[in-house]
Design a protein around this ligand. Sequence first.
Ligand SMILES: [Zn+2]
Length: 126
Amino acid sequence: MPDRMNELIRYIFVYHRHLLTPYESAAADSFLAQAKARSASRFGHSAETMLQVAEEMKTLASKDPVVKTLLDRGPDEFYSSVSLRLLRDHRGEIKLNLCPRCLALCKTPRAKQRPKCYYNSRSKGH
Ligand SMILES: [Zn+2]
């Protein structure tokens, strides 16, 4: 997946989490728990416990057929299709903070510092 897409997905999921349906939210929690358990195992933390928790969450979430369908698609497909749905259904609520100079997406909805070109709208004296 291209980097710009990943940045957009992260931005939408972090700052517009409230727009998810309860099913999408349950699936997102489960994917997040799996990702956390995987990264914990890379650093040698109590990965076994975390993997167990992630597995339990997945099993629990899978009991709902709608959530199961979302989980079966896998994380990449889930994150990109839900992001596209949110952009389509909640266009007015999702404020993309784009750099006025290069149109790069900023890290947060209120960030003034531009990650790509370092243009700072505050230092322009307006
Ligand atoms: Zn820029």
